[in-house]
Design a binder for this molecule. Sequence first.
Ligand SMILES: C[S@@+](CC[C@H](N)C(=O)[O-])C[C@H]1O[C@@H](n2cnc3c(N)ncnc32)[C@H](O)[C@@H]1O
Length: 433
Amino acid sequence: MATQVNVREIILETLLLITRDGEYSHIALKNVLDKYQYLEKRERAFITRVVEGTLERQIEIDYIINQFSKVKVNKQKPVIRTILRSSVYQLKYMDHVPDSAVCNEAVKLAGKKGFVNLKGFVNGVLRNISRNLDMLSYPDPSNEIACLSVRYSLPMWMVEKWISVYGKETVEKMGKAFLEERPVTVRRNTAVVSKEEFEKELEKDGVVYRRHPVLPYAYELTNYDYLAGLLAFQKGYFYIQDISSMQVAEWAEPKEGDYVIDVCAAPGGKAIHLAEKLSGTGYVEARDLTEYKVALIEENIERRGLDNIEAVCQDATINDEASYEKADILIADLPCSGLGILGKKPDLKSKMTVEMAKGLADLQRQILTVVHNYVKPGGKLLYSTCTINREENEDNTAWFVENFPEFEKIREKQMLPGSDMGDGFYIAEFRKQ
Ligand SMILES: C[S@@+](CC[C@H](N)C(=O)[O-])C[C@H]1O[C@@H](n2cnc3c(N)ncnc32)[C@H](O)[C@@H]1O
């Protein structure tokens, strides 16, 4: 019982870090799981599920709380609001947790956090919701945007934007896909470990794997507690990467001896994939903005034992004349709004705004204006983002070929969650004449 209380307190602190203090959800969760490695697998899974679920369903949860609370969610104290949200998630989506335990633990936690005077309020709201779970009201179906927004916990502006581009049916598929639990995808390091050895190593740790039907080095993994704790991870046998991101190195088709520059490379997924594909030949310069990010790339390079790749600290918005016409392949996997990975980074649903997405589209143009110079005549430029925002994707591609006519667009693809395999992701390939 004592650990039960602690687990809920850990959940509260993690959610506050993300929603009140602005920490990224995947980083906050990773840090907390690193810190509490001694907890039982079951407890760690409970923390992950409640933190992720509460963030994923936040819009729907707030809609429910507002039906039963006189003080609306946005007027509540952050601690109380967070206790209510994570409790409503458990009431609505975790059948195996008894409702009475959810309410009691929430009330105790409110008291423990110094809100003794609000224990009655927390108790009243939660018991009321628990009694009425089968009679919750939802927006009227005639209001398509509000309806989809609450059902899939997507901000109205995203639903509105996507309906106009992709249509209602596709938006529903995307909303569903973001909420689905999906196995993690990893890329086997083909330079270091054979298929047989890799699979044997996973089996030793009880990890269940499924070979990807298309990419021979890709696997879906389930039934593990902590991926980074596996021996196979520490030996550099695999890299955690979505199937959509693996397409960048596939599209790049590096040839032996190619010089590759990845201008925004951290933590190194695509750059390392290219270095592996070069089979010990050629060179990959994996650049990023800060020493901290460069250290992340270096750590990943070291785990893989590759010597045809180097991490470099370099701001992609600053012109680097020494790199002019140096790259056979230039990877521009640029900072973006991340709307294709809302399933993995659910906090983006509340953190990303129209203005921020616009700012990122401008930054992408600014970086492309600088880095296109680094491509050799006849070389390739691959532009990619993990978003499904037309301004950052197709519009930027159209802008790029219009402004830099020495580049020809070879192909482009917008992958959509629920329709394509993996995350929402965009790639465009250009060739310099
Ligand atoms: C989408 S992520 C790159 C992911 C990476 N390609 C991979 O596969 O692991 C974008 C990266 O751009 C970096 N970045 C942002 N602004 C930058 C700038 N001005 N110059 C260089 N890198 C920048 C960020 O630090 C971040 O690591």
